[in-house]
Design a protein around this ligand. Structure first.
Ligand SMILES: [Zn+2]
Length: 289
């Protein structure tokens, strides 16, 4: 698969942030999404991340900051919040296959980090896609204002290298994926799975868990479909469709609120060489499957 351009990464990351705001997965102006870029000319890691203080609903591709592995801003105007630097750079380093790292305090997933023994239980088919991919950091070290919290995340991720979803006790979740589109797909469905579980738990009746062999079969089916697509070189198409879905939602957001910052992107320098987004020109389907 060809490496996406920085322009494309900026566009997908900004679209993901606006979409997350549309689905009310943001926490005010806090929380961050980041993507690892190929190393810079000096051979050092580089990342794109949203600046502190810009609301996700208004994020433009050109707002995103280019930073180095110490969190120093290389390009862009704005500040990188300390918690973002400590959590995101640590997460990218802990698992290099996580090109995209999305950190949120989205309501239902976070609710599970606040209850005794809170775990994503295999009680709904959507939850099964996360079977064997979750990690729980049950120690709460306070606000991640220093590197210690980042180091705790690194240690936990290295101890369980298969995990893509990290639940942080009393805090929130971090989702890692090979691209912004794939990670956002997991982000969306993780919150749906957690919402279904919290609603079921709110009835006061015990959860009815899916039998182990059905969990395995459901997960295996999902993996088989994904791997088959990779095997016949359709993964590019799969990722393209996921990215198209992101952009389709993004266009819909612009249609609903055309005066929103970020919708007048024809003149955005980050979109050089790409056609402007227009309402109604979405490619691919928005069917969540
Ligand atoms: Zn946080």
């Amino acid at each position: 698969m060809t490496q996406p351009s920085i322009t494309s990464q900026r566009r997908d990351l900004a679209a993901a942030l606006r979409l997350a705001a549309k689905f009310e997965l943001n926490e005010g102006i806090c929380n961050h999404f980041s993507v690892a870029l190929p190393d810079g000319p000096d051979g050092r890691p580089r990342y794109l991340i949203n600046p502190y203080g810009v609301h996700w609903s208004e994020m433009k591709p050109s707002d995103l900051l280019l930073i180095d592995e110490r969190g120093q801003v290389l390009e862009g105007e704005g500040e990188v919040e300390a918690t973002a630097r400590n959590i995101h750079i640590a997460a990218h380093k802990a698992n290099p296959r996580h090109v995209a790292v999305l950190h949120v305090h989205m309501p239902y997933a976070t609710a599970l980090t606040m209850v005794e023994g809170g775990r994503l239980e295999m009680a709904h088919q959507t939850a099964c896609r996360f079977h064997g991919r979750t990690l729980y950091v049950d120690h709460f070290g306070g606000l991640a204002l220093d590197a210690d919290e980042g180091e705790a995340i690194v240690a936990a991720n290295k101890a369980q290298g298969d995990a893509d979803i990290t639940f942080l006790a009393h805090h929130g979740v971090t989702i890692g994926g090979p691209s912004v589109a794939v990670a956002f797909d997991d982000l969306y469905f993780l919150e749906r799975a957690c919402r279904q579980q919290v609603l079921a738990m709110s009835t006061g009746r015990p959860l009815r868990l899916i039998p182990q062999q059905e969990i395995e079969a459901t997960r295996a089916t999902a993996v088989a479909v994904s791997e088959a697509k990779r095997a016949d070189d359709a993964n590019t198409l799969l990722e393209s469709r996921r990215a198209d879905r992101l952009r389709a939602h993004d266009r819909e957001l612009c249609r609903l609120a055309p005066d929103l910052a970020g919708c007048a992107r024809a003149s955005d320098p980050a979109r050089d060489g790409e056609p402007p987004l227009r309402p109604g020109d979405a490619a691919g389907g928005a069917d969540p499957g």
